[in-house]
Design a protein around this ligand. Sequence first.
Ligand code: ATP
Ligand code: MG
Ligand code: MG
Length: 424
Amino acid sequence: SYRRGGYHAVKIGDQFAGGRYIAQKKLGWGQFSTVWLAYDTKDEKYVALKIQKSAAQFVQAALHEIDILSAIGDGSPSHTKFVAQLIDHFKHTGPNGNHLCMVLEFLGDSLLRLIKYTRYKGIPLKKVREICTCILIGLDYLHREHGIIHTDLKPENILLISPINPSRDPLSTGASPILERPEGSISPSPSHMEKRLKRRARRMSMSLSMGRGDSIDEYPKRNIEEIDVRCKIVDFGNACWADNQFTDLVQTRQYRAPEVILQAGYSYSIDMWSFACIAFELATGDMLFNPRAGQGFSEDEDHLALMMELLGKFPKKMATSGAKCKDFFDRFGDLKRIRRLKMCPLKKLLVERYKFSEKDANEFSEFLLPLLDLSPEKRPSAQQCLQHPWIKDIDYAPFDIINNGNSLENLNVGMRNLQIAVGK
Ligand code: ATP
Ligand code: MG
Ligand code: MG
């Protein structure tokens, strides 16, 4: 992919935007871009630099992502804290073409890394509730304040605000930023540089850097309970305005809502479906749905079968209204090619397979089941979920910030709607 139209090759110490940003190390990559930790010499802080591939369709996609990021950077200040912030953007010309670059605030590990960190055993429910609160505040903000659907919510796209392992955090190790290429071919103005280096050197002498490899196994053991789990939603490359959708096929397979599979149209509630899948995965370490194609049936059909085993039959309207329904269902609403289902309700799954206590299983499934309603219009909104006792009754600082801005009236209306949604 490092060819014309593809990724831009970056070396540590490379400069961007006329020397303002200096590449430090690679943070990650995706289908569209590579993402680098960079030092912002103007504001003297670390940032994440997302460098898009250069072919026309990637430029187009980056322009769209910048559009969305610019929109969501502009809103109620307490809520913007739960979605990634765009700091700057510019064009960078390299041997492979012109690359649009996005400068984002530097965040920590993804929820996927957090799940791996527990060796796929799941994280304590109290922490799951805190993470869910952050995601819900972010979603409520996107949905209600901006009319934006994320369409690709998954553990990789939720980042903790700081790394799980403090020794991986350039801010806490106090190591000096790299200000020039190791071989020293290009350097920023020396006076600036010297000043910063001195300051950094002082900090470094106080804290010991223990930079390690990438493997989770090498992490020093750290109790999950100690990690302040604040997180933010990132990767708005696939996000869209609810009233301006451009594609039918959205979401990553395992987090995909039934109406997307059936091509029955979609709205904000597809994010709520993905959110429920993420909450389950955090709590158990396993994906809620992980479909595979088999003999005589497709991945889509296996996915629908898994949903039915957990949640029951599709309501008639859902089994008949999508463009793809006739391919999958017979006229009784049964799957044409997967005849035998092993029913297993969520609560039973939590108790029997994941050894949840009756109480935990009850509370968690009461929270999740409305979100996994096969009829999208019945799923509660992010705003309504924020009023659910499973979320509301925790002692958690980010929740207070948001709640204080809510009038009592809003709260009561939200509560009522939720009870209707839950069917109480
Ligand atoms: P995709 O194929 O998922 O669409 P993409 O090319 O759009 O990927 P992102 O998902 O935005 O790229 O970023 C790729 C990876 O880079 C992320 O999974 C994450 O590990 C890392 N990353 C992205 N943004 C940040 C950030 N603000 N701070 C720290 N790391 C980040
Ligand atoms: Mg991504
Ligand atoms: Mg993307």
